[in-house]
Design a protein around this ligand. Structure first.
Ligand code: MN
Length: 294
């Protein structure tokens, strides 16, 4: 039995986003622990995405645009404009701070996704990092093509890498059917960005439209996507996590104490400029104070 989930609306940096997960009953898909879909929205010199400096720990952020341009700045000194087809991969480790702002020189449509991946116990206390990948491998599907954001698919591997065993695929499909091979040791979810499609596998079939997510039960060797017209969809998958996460605000931890410590360290930076854990970002936007941990 396949169950389609509607993403929930939330507000991030002046934009309305559709948050596919985490949610009750679906905390993670492999090590993927957060999926926001923003736009398409027309931005102007006075309106757009404005996410001031804020901290992260224990995760990778994946930024993937379908339209528009966003500037990323972080406490490592990175200053990177990202455009469609490119991938920003930030690793928070013990602590990093970044800001994201839609390009003020460029008005028009902004459309994209931000995804988080929980780091493993081996690396989540380590050093932060930032990488921009201008090119990613593509593969042909029967009725379209796919870009491999992370992981390996159809014999090709993304040049971007994380320490978890997972897959991120962006598919642009036209009318027809695509058969996607799946790994039986992965868990997966399909998220439809635009258009609609029918997914059919051993557990049944389901129709999915924009802003909807379809978790695929583990054990299947393939899924067939049938598209009446056109569709753009993400396939996320990975090895199921062995240990539950403790997620609070922008922190991916394992315990409440770890998240509370990160909150306290960010407050010290925000109030006193203490940069022992979280350092300054060169950004025109004010830093965001964190909510109190209840
Ligand atoms: Mn962030």
């Amino acid at each position: 039995m396949l169950e389609v989930i509607n993403a929930k609306e939330a507000e991030v940096g002046g934009l309305t986003v559709r948050r596919a997960f985490p949610r009750r009953g679906l905390r993670t898909v492999g090590a993927w622990c957060f999926a926001d879909h923003f736009g398409p929205e027309i931005i102007t010199p006075d309106s757009g995405l404005d996410v001031g400096p804020h901290p992260h720990i224990g995760l990778h952020t994946v930024t993937w645009l379908l339209d528009g341009a966003v500037r990323h700045n972080d406490s490592l000194g990175s200053d990177q404009l990202i455009r469609p087809g490119q991938l920003n991969l930030m690793t928070a480790g013990h602590g990093v701070v970044h800001s994201e702002q839609s390009d003020r020189q460029r008005t028009g449509s902004l459309h994209g996704l931000q995804l988080w991946i929980a780091q493993t116990d081996d690396t989540r206390h380590g050093a932060p990092d930032f990488a921009h990948h201008a090119q990613l491998p593509g593969v042909e599907l029967g009725n379209g093509e796919a870009t491999i954001l992370l992981g390996e698919f159809a014999g090709q591997r993304s040049g971007a890498s994380v320490d978890s065993d997972l897959l991120g695929l962006d598919m642009q499909l036209t009318a027809g059917s695509a058969l996607l091979p799946l790994r039986t040791d992965y868990e997966y979810a399909l998220y439809v960005v635009t258009g609609d499609l029918t997914a059919a596998g051993p557990s049944g079939e389901a129709h999915i439209g924009p802003g909807q997510l379809l978790p695929l039960p583990p054990g299947a060797t393939e899924v067939t996507l049938t598209v009446p017209d056109q569709a753009r969809a993400l396939l996320l998958g990975g090895m199921p996590l062995e240990q539950p996460l403790f997620m609070w605000w922008n922190f991916v931890a394992r315990t409440r104490e770890e998240a509370a410590q990160a909150s306290a360290d960010w407050l010290k930076h925000w109030q006193e400029g203490d940069d022992a854990r979280f350092a300054r970002v060169d950004s025109p936007l004010p830093a965001i104070p964190g909510p109190a941990l209840p």
